[in-house]
Every structure is written in structure tokens, then in C-alpha cells.
Design a protein around this ligand. Structure first.
Ligand code: GLN
Ligand code: ZN
Length: 763
């Protein structure tokens, strides 16, 4: 085993998602707390052993969590908002889960995305006069737990400054500086306990060092680490950065003078030379050369070359080898994938395989001959992949080369299109619609599962889907909606549904990664040039349109969202893959139009979350991503109306990009923020039509007609009446039919009230 081979964190869920099932059983009252704790301990032990077997002599500890490591940190430091009523003493598991998931008397804490991953963390809340205190010793307990098993570990802590920067000041009278000052003695205490327990090194994660940092944040860093340096009897720490390069923060990071520094050299290999040149004597450098965020087998020769460069500059005793970031974002073990074909499998590496790669590379620092066999295998895998006919489609590449700018723009500007569309569609003011999906009831899901398992044949499954669709159409007619949808009953997931029908995509059986708490996602793998093989949605939309006189909206997932929610090939830029997906969607849009569908929605809920971490990188991303949307949307006649949909608010920063998408109508989530989001649209005078959501589909509560009208009145302050559409915040798939009927009836009533008022005002 290589002491130089390191890992920064291992996936928590378990090989068969044991943690998910243990948690969900516990929440449902089907397992005791004892049983849950036992399941956690078994997973930790299994994962430490697996990592040792893969060649990591000192695996991380305290990377495991029952929900989220940021929440664990908040609990450890006593950052427990007072609504949970747990002012002192040890924090029971019930309080921990109440913070994560809410309780009848206390809503859950907010969750948000962890940097640019699909993992969500619980956002710490800092209240005025919060009583910070050491309320748990989880890092120490986990360290001892491993030690008892005979396994030395390197504990992981979320660093104090990232903890503060990732949280939010929830009440006046509290500042980031005060929070930092309050928690530093607690970090000192936990660090010295770790030292006393035998930990020579700890890993302190400060991923915020790869973000744009203002002067205040930089000052927090200096203050925090000066404080820790002044303490005695602490372990050495590996200051760990990931998800990007330090860039202009490199100077700051080096000033913090940690005993070790970890760099993400997958996302930012270019930072290596400057850091090598400036690294203080004796500092250990951890080289994150194996991609913790994607599923491709590494180019060992390239990684080896980078390591050799570091060894030459620093000497081998100052070099460690590691994945770029925690393997939290990787699936567990490729060996479980028995259904992938051998060729494709040979191109992939999941968590366990990545650690083997790390160990080979670390071994090669001592003796280069030890990597010869692995290097050979890596090279031949890369070569077969590069040469494989499955990856390269001449037709797709030729089409990309032949593209011209006219394909990125509609034939005429919005005002011209608007006239033609209203002539064809004849919709009233404040037209009503929904976002696409209707309830995915237990029956829909069980029929789908039965069909997948081969227990019912395709004909009877599709008959069932048609009946569901017809029911949804009748309900929409009965409720009086203007633009109908077919309900998306045939779709399991808005990305998987399209991926399964496109060339260049593969699906794993167990490639799960944690999204939040017990929730996992299984992203498709885009391994080759993407192409549409045949129409994907046309027959459903056409069948739905045949059932009604009202216009039925075609429903597609946009190229950026498909890209964003997949594991993407790493042998060409993301923008190129995105453009291929856009071409496939464009063909689908044309076919829908030719089939008589007059309104087509292209969902892009993930466009905003694809934004790079650094502002300087935004313009490039927004250029190609918005271009991809335009490419998908612009092949139609002026009279065909293109909608798009986005959720998760915060559009202020990207309003110009949204305008540039030039959708005829955009619907978005607004009701929870009480339309505050529209401020951006006021300032920049959004030119096209908008449906600001008036019904929060995340809540089982159905708002009244008056509430919805009130939201629409608010929208009228910033938008012209002819711009406004009336719709829910998002798709209705998680809701039940009774609530949906009630909500849609109210929504239509609210729109009708608005129409009468506007007419009265005009008269
Ligand atoms: N059309 C999708 C639906 O209604 C949109 C989902 C989303 O925005 N995430 O379910
Ligand atoms: Zn949505």
C-alpha cells in the first residue's frame, strides 16, 4: 500500500445504496435508531476496507454523513437555529433530521447546490447571538472507530472559512467575522482532540478558495489561519481545494502556510507550474490528478507526467497523489455494471477504480516500472476509445461543420412572430397553461416498472399511457385551460427519456451519485457523437392533439439540461457535445411542427446551474449554451410558438442571456419568492412573453384564487398585460390529482378575473 496515495472522500451510499434504504426505513418508522446507526457503522467499515484494498493506506474519515457534511459541521459547531429548540447538550438524531427535512413546527433549512455539482448541501443559518459550542465530536468518534478496526485515517473537516462563506446570515446583528471568531476556538478544540487521538494529519477542505473572493473573504482567510497557526498541539493540515484553479487566490492560499496543499489538476492543470514555483519549503503538495467528477478511465501517462514534474521540483517526499476532489461525486464501483458491453466498460472508472489509478500513480513515484502494466492498459483503452466507430459519426461531424449563423436565429424578430402566432392560435389575454407533467401516480410508476421487467407487453402498457393521457386532456378541458399538454406519462425522467432514444448515450445499472440526503441520481453517460435515430415524442404529441380542439404543446428537454444532467465525454469540449444534442432536438422540433403541433416547449431548467464558478468564465458559457438553445429552437416558422421553462429562481445575473434565448414565452418559478424575481425583468424590460409561476408545486398546499390574482397583480407592475401567461411554477408530476384539479381551477379563475379587470380598465 502506498502512503503517498490519498483519497479525499468516498461515496457514502454503499454499493447497493444501503444508506438510502436505511434512512428511508428509519424515517418511515420501519427501522430503529439503533439499526440506522449500525447500518452507518457497517458502511464506514466496508468503505475503509475497500479503500485499503484499492491501495489507499490511510483513507479519509469523517467523510461519511447521515445526510450532509455541511449539516454535520453546523451541528458540531452548535449552529442550530432556535426554531429546532435544541439549545444545549448533545444533538439528538431527531433534531439533526429536523434541520435537514423539517418538522411540523419548524421548516427545514434551505438546501442549495454544492458549487457546480449536483450535490445539495444544507445551508448553515447564522442567527443573531447564536450560541456556538462544540455539540458533537463526530470527527473524533469516526477516527477512533476506524482506529479500533486497525485502520489509520486522515480525518476530513470542512474548513472554517468555507463553512462561514457557504452559510447565510439569517438575522441582522450577526456578521461573518463574528461567526468565524466564535467557531475558531471550536475548531482548535476538535483539532487538538484529533491530535491527541493520534491523527498526525487532517484534511481541511477550503473549496471556496477556487471562487472569486472579495477583500472581506480574503481577510477572513488570513484571520482564520493566523489564528490556527498560533495554537499549539494541532495536527498538520492538508489545505484542500477543488472544483477549479486557485488562480489569483494562489498567493493567498500559499500565505495561509498550511503543511500541505491539495490542487485540483483535472479542472485546472495549468495552475501547477506557478504553484510549484511558489510553494514554501517543506510544504507537501497533493496532486489531484484523477477526475472525481466524471466516470472516464484516466490517461495515466498524462497524470504520471504531471506528477513527475512535481517530484522533480519538490522531491518525492513532498508529493502525494489523489483524486481531484472527493469521490462523493462518483459512482461506487464499476464491477457492478454487468450489463454494459465490454468495450464501453473498458473506458470507464468508478470510485473504486479511481483509487486503484491513484495507487498505481503513487507507486510509480517510488519505482516507475510498477506502473508499466497499468499504463499499457490505460493507453490501449484510450486508443480504442479514440478510434472506436461507436464514438465518431461522420454525419454528425459534417453537419456541425456545415452549420451557419442563420440556423441560430428565428426567421423574424419577436413582434413579427407574435402577430402571426396570435392569428393562428387566437388565445385570450392571460393565457393559461401548465409546465408539462401531470401526476405520476403509483399506478403510472408500477405500470412502467412492470413494462420494464417484461411483465406486461408494450401494447398494453401504451394503451394504459393513452388512457392516462386522455384523462389529463379531459381534465384540462374541463378546467378551462387554453394551452394543453399531454402529461408526460411515458417519461421516467426528463433527461433519461431522451437519452434512451439518442445515439451516443449509455445507461448504467448502478451509477448512482448522491443528490441530497437519501436521494441519488443516475446520470446517463454520453460517450459518443449524439444523433437522433427517429422521432422521439411526435406520436405522443400527435395523439394528444387528436383528442382536442385546444392547442397541445409539444414537450422537449433542452440541450443544455440534457448535457448538464449527464456524465459528459471528456474527449471534446462540452460545447461541441451540447451542439450535437441541440441538432437532435432541432430535428424533433421540426418534426413536431410538421405534425401540426403549433406550440413547442423546450425546457432548460439546468441552464442557470451550468454557470461556471468564476465570473470571468460566464460569458463563454452563456455564449455557447444560449446558442445551443437557439439552434434547437430556431428551425420553425414564425407562426410556431416556442416556449421554454426554467426553475430555481435567481435570474438576475443572467437576464441578458435569457433575453438572448429569444423564446416566445418563458415560464418560470416565481410563487415562493412572491414575484420578487421579476425585478430583473423590470430593470431590463424583458421583450417577450412570460409565465411567472403562481402555484408552488413543491408544496401540497393549494393557493386560493385571490392569492394567485394577487401574484398576477404584482407581475403587472413590471410587465405589460399582453406579456403575461398564467401557469404553475413547474411540472405537476409530484402532486396528486385532487390538488391538481383544485389548483388548475383556481388558476383559470384567476386568469379570468384578470381579463375582466383589464377590459374594465380599458373601457
Ligand atoms: N416539463 C417538465 C415537467 O413538467 C419540466 C420539469 C422541470 O422543470 N424540472 O415535469
Ligand atoms: Zn421546472
Amino acid at each position: 500500500m502506498e502512503t503517498r496515495a490519498r483519497n479525499l472522500g468516498f461515496p457514502r451510499m454503499g454499493q447497493r445504496r444501503e444508506l438510502k434504504f436505511a434512512l428511508e426505513d428509519f424515517w418511515a418508522g420501519k427501522r430503529s435508531e439503533q439499526e440506522l446507526l449500525h447500518a452507518g457503522a457497517e458502511l464506514r467499515a466496508a468503505h475503509w476496507k475497500l479503500q485499503r484494498e484499492a491501495g489507499i493506506a490511510v483513507p479519509p474519515s469523517n467523510d461519511f454523513s447521515f445526510y450532509d457534511h455541511v449539516l454535520d459541521t453546523a451541528v458540531m459547531l452548535g449552529a442550530i437555529p432556535r426554531r429546532y429548540g435544541c439549545a444545549s447538550g448533545p444533538v439528538p438524531l431527531s433534531t439533526y433530521f429536523a434541520m435537514a427535512r423539517g418538522r411540523s413546527d419548524a421548516p427545514a433549512m434551505e438546501m442549495t447546490k454544492w458549487f457546480d455539482t449536483n450535490y445539495h448541501y444544507v445551508v448553515p443559518e447564522f442567527e443573531a447571538e447564536m450560541q456556538f459550542a462544540l455539540r458533537s465530536r463526530k470527527p473524533v468518534d469516526d477516527f477512533f472507530e476506524a482506529k479500533t478496526l486497525g485502520i489509520p485515517t486522515r480525518p476530513v473537516l470542512l474548513g472554517p472559512v468555507s463553512f462561514v462563506l457557504l452559510g447565510k446570515i439569517s438575522e441582522a446583528g450577526q456578521t461573518q467575522r463574528q461567526v468565524l471568531e466564535a467557531i475558531l476556538p471550536l475548531y482548535t478544540e476538535i483539532l487538538s482532540q484529533l491530535r491527541a487521538a493520534g491523527a498526525e494529519w487532517v484534511q481541511i477542505d477550503e473549496p471556496c478558495l477556487v471562487l472569486d473572493l472579495d477583500a472581506q473573504a480574503q481577510a477572513l482567510y488570513r484571520a482564520a489561519y493566523a489564528y490556527l497557526h498560533a495554537q499549539s498541539a494541532l495536527p498538520k493540515w492538508m489545505l484542500t481545494t477543488y472544483f477549479g484553479g486557485l488562480n489569483e487566490n494562489a498567493k493567498l492560499a500559499l500565505e495561509l502556510d498550511a503543511a500541505g496543499l491539495h490542487l485540483d489538476l483535472v479542472r485546472a492543470p495549468e495552475q501547477l507550474p506557478a504553484v510549484l514555483a511558489a510553494l514554501p519549503n517543506n510544504t507537501v503538495l497533493s496532486l489531484g490528478v484523477i477526475d472525481g467528477r466524471n466516470i472516464w478511465r484516466a490517461d495515466l501517462a498524462a497524470a504520471h507526467a504531471m506528477i513527475a514534474q512535481a517530484v522533480q521540483a519538490l522531491g518525492k517526499d513532498r508529493v502525494e497523489v489523489a483524486p481531484s476532489c472527493s469521490l462523493l461525486h462518483s459512482p461506487h464501483d464499476l464491477n457492478q455494471e454487468t450489463k454494459l458491453d465490454a468495450e464501453l466498460r473498458g473506458w470507464l472508472a468508478f470510485g473504486k477504480q479511481k483509487l486503484e489509478e491513484v495507487a498505481w500513480l503513487a507507486g510509480a513515484v517510488e519505482d516507475a516500472s510498477r506502473i508499466a502494466v497499468a499504463m499499457q492498459a490505460s493507453q490501449s483503452s484510450l486508443q480504442t476509445r479514440a478510434a472506436s466507430a461507436r464514438i465518431h459519426s461522420i454525419a454528425v461531424q459534417q453537419r456541425q461543420q456545415a452549420m451557419d449563423a442563420t440556423m441560430l436565429a428565428r426567421k423574424n424578430p419577436y413582434p413579427v412572430r407574435r402577430k402571426k402566432q396570435s392569428a393562428v392560435l387566437g388565445l385570450p389575454e392571460f393565457p393559461t397553461t401548465t409546465i408539462g407533467s401531470f401526476p405520476q401516480t403509483a399506478e403510472v410508476r408500477s405500470q412502467r416498472a412492470a413494462h420494464r421487467a417484461g411483465k406486461i407487453d408494450t401494447a398494453s402498457y401504451e394503451k394504459f399511457l393513452h388512457e392516462e393521457m386522455e384523462r389529463a386532456i379531459r381534465v384540462q378541458e374541463e378546467m378551462g385551460l387554453d394551452v394543453l399538454v399531454h402529461g408526460e406519462f411515458e417519461r421516467n425522467d426528463m433527461v433519461e427519456y431522451f437519452g434512451e432514444q439518442l445515439a451516443g448515450f449509455a445507461f448504467t445499472q448502478n451509477g448512482w451519485v448522491q443528490s441530497y440526503g437519501s436521494r441519488c441520481v443516475k446520470p446517463p453517460v454520453i460517450y459518443g457523437d449524439v444523433a437522433r435515430l427517429q422521432p422521439m415524442t411526435v406520436r405522443w404529441s400527435q395523439a394528444a392533439q387528436a383528442l382536442t380542439q385546444q392547442p397541445v404543446k409539444g414537450m422537449l428537454t433542452g440541450p443544455v439540461t440534457i448535457l448538464q444532467w449527464s456524465f459528459v465525454r471528456n474527449d471534446q469540449p462540452r460545447s461541441v457535445t451540447c451542439q450535437q444534442i441541440a441538432l437532435a432536438i432541432r430535428d424533433e422540433v421540426s418534426d413536431l411542427e410538421a405534425a401540426g403541433i403549433r406550440i413547442i416547449q423546450i425546457d432548460e431548467p439546468a441552464l442557470r446551474e451550468g454557470l461556471p464558478l468564476r465570473r470571468a468564465d460566464w460569458p463563454e458559457y452563456l455564449q455557447w449554451s444560449v446558442d445551443a438553445f437557439r439552434l434547437a429552437a430556431s428551425g420553425v416558422q414564425d407562426a410556431t410558438q416556442i416556449h421554454t421553462h426554467m426553475c430555481y429562481a435567481e435570474f438576475n445575473d443572467i437576464i441578458d442571456a435569457i433575453i438572448r434565448m429569444d423564446a416566445d414565452v418563458i415560464s418560470m418559478e416565481c410563487s415562493r419568492s412572491r414575484m420578487e424575481l421579476l425585478d430583473a425583468f423590470e430593470r431590463t424590460q424583458y421583450p417577450n412573453a412570460i409565465g411567472p409561476g403562481v402555484y408552488d408545486i413543491h408544496s401540497p398546499r393549494v393557493p386560493s384564487v385571490a392569492e394567485m390574482e394577487d401574484l398576477l397583480q404584482k407581475a403587472l407592475r413590471v410587465l405589460k398585460p399582453e406579456q403575461i401567461w398564467v401557469n404553475p411554477d413547474c411540472g405537476l408530476k409530484t402532486r396528486g390529482w385532487p390538488e391538481v384539479r383544485q389548483a388548475l381551477a383556481s388558476l383559470v379563475a384567476a386568469a379570468r378575473q384578470m381579463r375582466t379587470r383589464i377590459e374594465a380598465a380599458v373601457d
